[in-house]
Write a protein that binds this ligand. Structure first.
Ligand code: CP
Ligand code: NVA
Length: 303
């Protein structure tokens, strides 16, 4: 594993080994056991979109590992004034030990990896959000001890989260049921990956997808970059809200997960959100541990 560009690139074993290391690093953090596995290393963090969790968890995670992280806003970088990704990649490879990038096009992340010579970590693109899904899988495994046969139901937009949950879930033996309105389905390459897998279901009916769910997942109806479509999307996603009626179709005691930020009254009700706040914020915390594991695997301190 040289980069984390998308979960499609990882084997099931690689995903599980990241989760195992994440569990260990979480244990060490909670018990004040030093784990300075990236002493003296530097991570550049390029952001072309907003972030709360990704920025703070990567920055503090790198600090806890003994390294440092540099916040690089595309507004300030020359990339924002047209310097090619190819040149940026080759320059930054000479200073840094790894780059985390959050941007629009998946191609930009793949190009950084192609032209640079250091590990590249995808911190969200329009196509996928692998770091988030590693944290999600970690959180689900903490509750159910194993991912095998656990049913994850995703309700809403077939966006970057849906794409990554399908791949990460199916690769780790989960059942993945997706309910999206017509016209808002996951990426065709992901549907191609899932095609024929008996653990996969794609429907337009949220109640059908939610039946017997162990985990109910949702995300915003309008992702970053889709602000102009907000109203049209709010209409298209009527009936795709995670609320008490939908939760009644899931298994009793089912988890609720959301990558956050959450928009109450839209994709999720305040009641469902607050009833599941503990597991939602555990999921957010696990970004830290999962990403530390990714950085350790990619940036040299492998255990
Ligand atoms: N879930 C997530 O990636 O959050 P941020 O946008 O705050 O980083
Ligand atoms: N789908 C959302 C996820 C945010 C973490 C977005 O891309 O904006």
């Amino acid at each position: 594993m040289k980069h984390l560009l998308k979960l499609l690139d990882l084997s099931s074993e690689e995903i599980v080994s990241i989760l195992d290391l994440a569990d260990q690093l979480k244990y060490e953090k909670k018990n004040n056991i030093p784990h300075r596995l990236l002493e003296g290393k530097s991570l550049g963090m390029i952001f072309q979109k907003s972030s709360t969790r990704t920025r703070v968890s990567f920055e503090t995670g790198m600090y806890q590992l003994g390294g440092q992280a540099l916040f690089l806003s595309s507004r300030d970088l020359q990339i924002g004034r047209g310097e090619p990704v190819q040149d940026t990649a080759r320059v930054l490879s000479r200073y840094l030990d790894g780059i985390m990038i959050r941007t629009f096009a998946q191609k930009e992340v793949e190009d950084l990896a192609e032209y640079g010579s250091i590990p590249i970590i995808n911190g969200l693109t329009d196509f996928c959000h692998p770091c988030q899904v590693l944290a999600d899988l970690m959180t689900i495994r903490e509750k159910y001890a194993s991912l095998d046969g656990i049913q994850l139901t995703y309700i809403g937009d077939g966006n970057n989260m849906a794409n990554s949950l399908i791949v990460g879930g199916l690769k780790t033996g989960m059942k993945v049921h997706i309910a999206c309105p017509e016209g808002y389905q996951p990426d065709p390459t992901v549907l191609e990956f899932a095609k024929g897998n008996p653990n996969f279901m794609l429907t337009t009916d949220p109640m059908e997808a939610a039946a017997n769910a162990d985990v109910v997942y949702t995300d915003t109806w309008a992702s970053m970059g889709q602000e102009a479509e907000k109203e049209a999307r709010a209409k298209a996603f009527q009936g795709y809200q995670v609320n008490d009626t939908l939760m009644a179709a899931a298994h009793e005691g089912a988890m609720v997960q959301h990558c956050l930020p959450a928009y109450r009254g839209q994709e999720i009700t305040d009641e469902v959100f607050e009833a599941h706040a503990d597991e939602l914020f555990e999921e957010a915390e696990n970004r830290l541990h999962a990403q530390k594991a990714v950085m350790v695997k990619l940036m040299g301190g492998e255990q």
